[in-house]
Design a protein around this ligand. Structure first.
Ligand SMILES: [Zn+2]
Length: 179
């Protein structure tokens, strides 16, 4: 890489690669080649990942964080679809069916969207009725801890949870009947 300050033919004033392409144009060339040769690109990618496991993992983490930051609901939907596929559940919800409230509707704690790994108050997609899949009306966003610790809460928290769960079940049933 080097930089001589003169713009390329496309007018980008950027660093040049060793073969004189500007980095932006070079990236575009690569993208064009990849979409023109999808299977060759796939092979090349796989080979690169195999030879650069550390970089590949770092890249994966970055992509994951970016996706999550851009729209946590999209990320949640991707995960829900994967879980549904694994467990043989129905998944017919769209991004718009996922509503992230400010507070966990089960525990009342403030929901925090984390960039990296999820924390206890990260939003987590829950199915209100376990016997139904990810269908419109049956999904609610709760805190990760409420979702994960449903079975191991202190009794005051558990009472709060059950009281609110009853309300969510009632609302979900109404919502599903309406659809
Ligand atoms: Zn250029």
């Amino acid at each position: 890489m080097y930089f001589h300050g003169r713009p390329c033919k496309q007018g980008h004033t950027l660093r040049r690669t060793s073969d004189r392409h500007c980095v932006e144009c070079n990236a575009k060339r690569n993208r064009d080649w990849q979409s023109a040769n999808p299977s060759a690109a796939n092979l090349k990618n796989r080979e690169w990942r195999k030879n650069n496991p550390e970089k590949s993992r770092a890249q994966g983490r970055k992509r994951y964080a970016r996706k999550k930051a851009a729209d946590p609901r999209k990320y949640m939907l991707t995960c829900a679809r994967r879980r549904a596929r694994v467990r043989g559940l129905e998944c017919t919800i769209a991004v718009t069916d996922i509503i992230i409230p400010t507070h966990c509707p089960l525990l009342g704690t403030l929901l925090v969207v984390n960039e990296g790994a999820h924390g206890p108050n990260s939003p987590s997609l829950d199915r209100v009725f376990n016997s139904y899949g990810y269908v419109p009306g049956n999904v609610v966003v709760v805190s990760h801890q409420a979702n994960a610790r449903k079975g191991e809460l202190s009794s005051p928290d558990l009472r709060t949870l059950t009281r609110n769960l009853a309300r969510l079940e009632r609302d979900a049933m109404h919502a599903m009947i309406k659809k």
